[in-house]
Write a protein that binds this ligand. Structure first.
Ligand code: F6P
Length: 546
């Protein structure tokens, strides 16, 4: 069953949402609290160790109800079934989208009539054995020493998920040092290689396609570097690979026993749950990797079963549609109040923007409404000292997700209280703002003259009314991290269903790759290709001066 092709802007709910939004634009979020004494409880969802407070958003129950109707008119429930049951919902690539099957305990899903459960279990078992042998030290390098450093070579989904999770799980990490090389910039790999000992280094080459320029170039450089110290036969002990393209891996010379397969039904940006997560399992051990998967599975079940009003990913998605399509917000910020999640916004940028940055609907027509929201962010409190000025006093509407934890991992309560006081203060400040009267009072008490007060006052006023969603989670555990990531994955899915776009292809990345190849070929063959005047001039300047 493929996805329905409903144009959301032609639905009844869309029309209602437009008129509701006109009314709500004129109201402040604070007035919504005044009109509804149960607003906090009715806009808060609890699930396991998660509490999500949606109440500080510019939305009322009539808008939520219309959004729920929109989801129903766009056949969300049917779409969810297709997603979890392995229908070919990635139509333009002819693939199912089954990262959920990777974290299910058992799956009855079949692809082209073939069950996938046993394959998944076999690869997981291979991962468990391999990572244990490296962590325990029984896997030896060419001089008989155990591995101390693992280098993940991959880009996009073959890098961002693993690097984000390894960073996020630093507290749970074992002795292995895990490095990530992604950029084709030679300075990236050379910076990493310069501190490594070839006797104790394991390279994990991760590429779903095994044709990605960056990854192949870095893998070739790594192998060349390694062969300066060891004979070819030792490549087997120092190189592993993750891919769907087993033929290309063979040509690269990686021993079959170190090859971890993945499948076309796992999208690159949703692949950290597959063997792409090998470096995660290396860093935290296979059992904790499983806990991460279990957390994602918990969220999958919640998403599949919870009624819409209690459904975290669905509400997050509908809220984003509300801001994007009815309140003209162009971007969303995401501020994790933990340094461990410093790469989470970057990870979500690929997941969200590569998925929903589409301008053509599921029938191939240009869409007439906004799709793919822009997402950005940095950890708090650092972000407060960087771009929060613009969120507080700038001219743009920026809904913000605040992600915080009830307890810290190292248990330093004094630091955690400082961190969390900022966490709550920021959402409070963004909501309430600071009126001219308040500012005036403060300036008077500081002894300012009337002239000084008049000059300063407008600059010190905060209009407030800036929407935020608070995600308060008990603790940053592998389980909760898995659930958090899965919540955003399903948010992406729901948005794509509503917007009537294909979320799981990424044709928009191809043109740039093609042209880079043309330019490189031009330099290698010395045969000029045609370029626009600006690019031609720039290339010629580069070639003369480099
Ligand atoms: O260029 C985009 C992309 O195809 C991503 O979707 C993907 O995650 C990344 O490149 C890496 O691809 P691969 O894993 O095939 O090397």
């Amino acid at each position: 069953m493929t996805l329905n092709k409903t144009n959301p802007s032609k639905t009844k709910s869309w029309e209602s949402l437009q008129s509701i939004s006109e009314n709500l634009k004129a109201q402040s979020i604070l007035s919504l609290f005044e009109n509804d004494s149960h607003r906090v409880s009715s806009h808060t969802v609890k699930w396991e160790e998660f509490l999500i407070d949606f109440s500080k958003n510019k939305i009322d129950q009539s808008a939520w109800d219309a959004l729920y109707s929109l989801a129903s008119e766009c056949k969300l429930e049917e779409a969810k079934k297709s997603y979890f049951e392995g229908a070919t919902i990635n139509e333009t690539e002819g693939r199912a989208v089954l990262h959920t099957a990777l974290r299910a305990q058992n799956t009855a899903v079949r692809i082209d009539g073939v069950p996938i459960d046993e394959d998944i279990k076999a690869v997981k078992e291979q991962m468990r054995r391999f990572t244990s042998s490296v962590i325990e030290g029984s896997h030896k390098g060419f001089t008989g020493k155990s591995i101390t450093d693992v280098v993940n070579i991959g880009i996009g989904g073959s890098d961002l998920g693993p690097v984000m999770v390894v960073d996020a799980m630093a507290y749970y990490k074992n002795h292995l040092k895990v490095h990530f090389v992604s950029n084709v910039d030679g300075d990236h790999i050379n910076e990493v290689l310069k501190d490594l000992n070839p006797e104790t280094t394991l390279f994990v080459i991760v590429s779903k396609s095994f044709t990605t320029q960056e990854t192949l170039a870095n893998a070739t450089t790594a192998k060349k570097w390694f062969l300066n110290f060891a004979e070819e036969k030792w490549v087997a002990n120092h190189f592993a690979a993750v891919s769907t393209n087993l033929k290309m891996i063979d040509e690269f010379g990686i021993d079959q026993k170190n090859v971890f397969t993945m499948w076309n039904w796992v999208g690159g940006r949703f692949s950290l749950w597959s063997s792409v997560g090998l470096s995660i399992a290396m860093a935290i051990g296979y059992d904790r990797f499983e806990e991460l998967l279990n957390g994602a599975q918990g969220m999958d079940e919640h998403f599949y079963e919870a009624p819409i009003a209690l459904n975290i990913p669905t509400r997050m998605a509908l809220l984003s549609v509300w801001y994007n399509n009815f309140l003209e917000a162009e971007t969303e910020a995401l501020i994790p109040y933990t340094q461990y999640l410093q790469r989470f916004p970057a990870y979500l940028q690929q997941a969200i923007m590569e998925s929903n940055g589409k301008g053509v609907d599921r029938e191939g027509n240009e869409v007439t409404y906004q799709t793919g929201n822009i997402v950005w962010g940095e950890p708090g409190t650092n972000a407060q000292h960087a771009f929060f000025q613009l969120i507080h006093q700038g001219t743009k509407l920026i809904p913000v997700d605040f992600i915080g934890f009830k307890s810290s991992l190292h248990g330093d309560q004094s630091h955690h209280d400082k961190l969390m006081s900022n966490f709550f203060a920021q959402t409070e400040a963004l909501l309430n703002g600071k009126s001219a009267e308040q500012v005036k009072k403060e300036l008077i008490s500081e002894g300012k003259s009337l002239q000084e007060i008049n000059a300063l006052l407008p600059h010190k006023v905060f209009k407030g009314d800036n929407p935020t969603t608070t995600l308060l989670i008990d603790r940053l555990t592998p389980y909760n991290l898995g659930a958090l990531i899965a919540a955003y994955e399903h948010k992406i899915f729901v948005q794509g269903v509503i917007w009537n776009i294909f979320s799981y292809d990424q044709w928009g990345v191809e043109l740039g790759k093609q042209l880079a190849k043309t330019i490189l070929d031009e330099w290698n063959t010395k045969k000029a290709a045609s370029h626009d005047p600006s690019t031609k001039e720039l290339i010629s300047y580069y070639r003369q001066n480099s």
